[in-house]
Design a protein around this ligand. Structure first.
Ligand SMILES: Nc1ncnc2c1ncn2[C@@H]1O[C@H](COP(=O)(O)OP(=O)(O)O)[C@@H](O)[C@H]1O
Ligand SMILES: [Mg+2]
Length: 257
């Protein structure tokens, strides 16, 4: 199923500096994402999930190490080349949808294609087709404020995939959605993955990560697990149970004093 390597991280370190303080957000991360994979990155808040997604998706550059895209190192690219590569090959979905409030649904979906230089009518045609695919064909002319959270996130999915990217990146795409709307988004992901799209998503919900094929668990900026979703999640759940068990034992112990 999984094909050629699309993205590879080699010993990636990311250190954020502000004044004299330094935070090591990623501490030697290596991994390969292959075409057709559906990967979920999990871990506690502050584990480095977003930072990893930003390095893999070329929105940011590592402090040390290298990120390869289709076998080519990306560190030497100029800003213009990186932007071009992102526009041509990568799609993005964020927790807060990141839609432009003044634009209609169809206009929002058109933006990246226009930035890439598509003729207006071609961009519009593709945008409408993408919105129809996420069942929003009846909401083309609505602005984000006139749409539910789930609908807004589906507009952002349409925007991310309208130009057939090589990889779809999503950072906690369901964090602001209720269960029903979250499932709508996840069903869209399942559908896109079945059609062959490569997906890399960040989530802290194990139930959502389970829908991926492969799960990568981060802790303190390091990969602690990387494998088939079922296996990684089973191990993580067992660990959580043991932690809860220990806590209960300690509470009981405390009660006796
Ligand atoms: N722009 C930034 N400047 C300074 N520290 C940051 C910045 N972004 C993230 N961090 C820190 O890096 C670590 C990892 O953050 P992040 O990747 O956002 O984690 P996650 O997405 O898993 O919650 C955290 O300690 C966080 O506080
Ligand atoms: Mg995050």
């Amino acid at each position: 199923m999984a094909g050629e390597p699309i993205i590879a991280a080699h010993s990636v370190r990311k250190v954020y500096r502000s004044g004299t303080a330094a935070t090591v957000a990623l501490d030697g991360v290596s991994l390969t994402i292959r075409r057709g994979e559906y990967v979920a990155i999990i871990g506690k808040s502050g584990a480095g999930k977003s930072t990893l997604l930003y390095q893999l998706s070329l929105l940011d550059e590592p402090t040390e190490g290298e990120v390869y895209f289709l076998g080519n190192a990306t560190a030497q690219l100029t800003d213009t080349e990186r932007t071009r590569l992102r526009l041509e090959h990568l799609g993005y979905i964020f927790q807060d949808y990141a839609l432009l409030p003044e634009l209609t649904a169809v206009e929002n979906v058109m933006v990246p294609m226009l930035m890439r230089g598509f003729p207006l009518e071609e961009a519009r045609k593709r945008a409408i087709a993408a919105l129809e695919q996420v069942a929003l064909g009846h909401r083309l002319s609505n602005r984000p404020s006139e749409l539910s959270g789930g609908e807004q996130q589906r507009v952002s999915i349409a925007r991310a995939v309208a130009d057939a990217p090589d990889v779809l990146f999503a950072d906690e795409p369901t964090a602001n959605l209720d269960t029903a709307m979250s499932l709508e988004v996840l069903e869209q992901f399942d559908y896109l993955h079945r059609k062959g799209l490569t997906i890399v998503t960040v989530t802290h919900e194990l139930e959502y990560a389970r829908r991926a094929e492969r799960v990568i668990e981060l802790r303190d900026g390091k990969i602690v697990r990387d494998g088939p979703a079922e296996e990684v999640i089973r191990l993580r759940e067992r660990e959580l149970e043991q932690m809860m068990h220990h806590e209960r034992q300690e509470q009981k112990g405390g009660g006796k004093e």
